[in-house]
Design a protein around this ligand. Sequence first.
Ligand code: GSH
Length: 333
Amino acid sequence: MRRASSTLAPSFLSRALASSVSVPYHHRPLLQAALYGSGGGGGAYSRRADRRWFARLLDSPRAASLGIAGALFATSAASAALSGEVLAKEPPSPEVVPKEVVLYQYEACPFCNKVKAFLDYYDIPYKVVEVNPLSKKEIKWSDYKKVPILMVDGEQLVDSSDIIDKLDRKILPEKSAKPATKDDDNEENKWRRWVDNHLVHVLSPNIYRNTSEALESFDYITSNGNFSFTEKITVKYAGAAAMYFVSKKLKKKYNITDERAALYDAAETWVDALNGREFLGGSKPNLADLAVFGVLRPIRYLRSGRDMVEHTRIGEWYSRMESAVGESSRIKA
Ligand SMILES: N[C@@H](CCC(=O)N[C@@H](CS)C(=O)NCC(=O)O)C(=O)O
């Protein structure tokens, strides 16, 4: 099966796409700063401590008497999400958490976003090096010419699914105790393959569907990617125009006649797979939940993502995932 780069077209424009799209990130820092007062650096560990403090505050009689918790929960969907986040995250025990994790990425590369969803959910602090998709100078040192590349305590890991498998076994001792054979037919693996082989291919035709959506996507790409000032201007307009045409080719290549219908169909297929469960993993997300969430997160607040939530049943699961994955564990430089 073809994967990866086939999603995003084999040119600099595909690489530019790879560095795209997610509005929650625009808003989250403000929300987090407001709630956690996190303006002062402090890194992921202190943010986690702040979250615990916040969770304790919500539970405390003092908060109840002040009516803080009630007011927050009554008036803010974001607060509800945050309370879920605190409860749902699965931080591994400190001795198995890698000491230094560095992700080489394009901001909106779906494969990079799968890895980030995993790191965020397990609360593993990581630094990000945004790769310039034109020069790729940040990964010149590596023989591997794609992203994501994850450096874990000095060891290079490549390929999103392999990265996640290796980390998963590292941080979850009960999994590493099992033999290393892959059960390709289990439900979780089946849906992880569906993400790589189907879902990712539906995204580009949607986010570049027409000129305004292509510009919306490239606006995000150029604001978050690693571009010089001149590259920003060129990439935004030339990229949006070209990806509009490339996305038409991708539609043909993947037999997509109506891109929105394909996106809605994928969303519905996923909800059917959940079969009434909170998550595919049951009461908590498994690697397939994290993969679907990871690739959808960059588009969720673009026009295509908003349409998807409005026209399908995926919204409730997506909100549960937002709460479960919670705040990013990325260490700000
Ligand atoms: N199978 C790989 C695919 C990675 C991949 O294709 N990444 C794209 C970005 S989304 C890439 O780096 N393409 C090469 C390029 O941009 O030059 C994975 O799952 O990590």
